[in-house]
Design a protein around this ligand. Structure first.
Ligand SMILES: Nc1ncnc2c1ncn2[C@@H]1O[C@H](COP(=O)(O)OP(=O)(O)OP(=O)(O)O)[C@@H](O)[C@H]1O
Ligand SMILES: [Mg+2]
Length: 295
């Protein structure tokens, strides 16, 4: 894996000439925040400029990335900054239903104004916001959140990776419209595969072209085979790739953060390989052999 020291010197290779916009989706508890944080850390260590976006109202990503409590208490979620929302959309939170909103506000300053520093040079943007009953998709917060993500212009070597709320509700807000890739996370259970396939369908409807299946918490080949059998039994849709990630006991010992997880732990090695496969990251080969048992 690229070490922190060499991260700025290394060239990150990308599958496309532009930056990458990745959304992580799936049922509750399958490992979305963990995978988002691991991808952000790995890509940043390999030289990418990474903005991790927490679009889950539970806001677990800061702790998962390893921010300490004082850094976390300084975070102002975008949806909670009423002045910024009014400046950008023309309406304050709560005024959405009758007000005329600027639906395409200029949010080019959002990362500089709202993102906080996380370990390894990752920047974290916390969206926040609980959709109010009856608030609908056109409330100022949602207009701003959707515009912010849609307007982020990414250059080669830049990456946005977004953690989402469990299940499918966030698709109603279309936050991932314009994203290049969806990672559908499941574990080897019927219910998580069922929800995963539904999220894959909605991602396709949003126009996301690259959809990959991640089978997390595999203890052995049987776990992976079980998950794949569920997939085949429910749906014949094709995923761009299927990757198994191992159950890693060390992760539980680092709770709630991934920051204590060593680079040579089974999960870290597997995520490094995933980054190489998805983003053509140039790696030093030390990840070879990761997941030999389950992939
Ligand atoms: N590969 C793994 N091996 C062992 N434990 C894991 C693995 N992936 C995730 N976990 C653990 O599973 C739990 C749930 O993970 P995580 O919070 O990432 O899920 P989530 O999908 O984001 O959940 P939510 O839907 O509540 O946001 C955490 O305790 C995490 O440490
Ligand atoms: Mg989560």
């Amino acid at each position: 894996m690229c070490s922190t020291g060499e991260r700025r010197e290394r060239e990150v290779g990308w599958a496309t000439g532009e930056g990458a916009r990745v959304v992580v989706v799936g049922k509750g508890g399958v490992g979305k925040s963990t995978l988002t944080a691991m991808l952000a850390r790995t890509m940043a260590r390999c030289g990418a400029t990474v903005v991790a976006v927490d679009a889950d109202e539970q806001r677990n990503l800061a702790a998962t990335l390893g921010l300490d409590s004082s850094a976390m208490s300084a975070i102002v979620p975008l949806a909670g900054d009423a002045d910024y929302i009014e400046e950008k959309t023309g309406a304050r939170p709560g005024e959405g239903s009758g007000a005329m909103l600027r639906l395409n506000p200029d949010t080019g300053d959002v990362v500089d104004r709202h993102a906080v520093a996380a370990p390894d040079g990752v920047r974290l943007l916390v969206m926040g916001g609980v959709p109010r009953a009856g608030g609908g998709c056109l409330c100022p917060e949602n207009a701003l959140l959707a515009a912010t993500l849609a307007n982020m212009r990414l250059r080669r070597g830049e990456m946005v990776i977004m953690d989402t709320h469990a299940g499918v509700e966030h698709f109603g807000r279309a936050l991932a419209r314009g994203f290049d890739r969806a990672l559908v996370v499941v574990e080897p259970t019927f219910n998580s595969v069922q929800v995963g396939l539904e999220t894959a369908r909605l991602a396709r409807e949003l126009g996301i072209v690259a959809i990959d299946l991640i089978v997390n918490r595999c203890r052995d080949q049987q776990d992976l085979a079980r998950a794949l059998a569920y997939v085949q039994g429910m749906d014949d849709s094709k995923f761009g790739s299927i990757t198994a990630l191992p159950f890693d006991q060390a992760l539980l010992e680092c709770e709630p953060s991934i920051s204590g997880l060593k680079d040579d732990s089974p999960l870290a090695l597997a995520v490094t390989r995933l980054c190489r496969q998805l983003f053509e990251v140039q790696l030093d080969g030390s990840e070879q052999g990761a997941l030999a048992g389950v992939r």
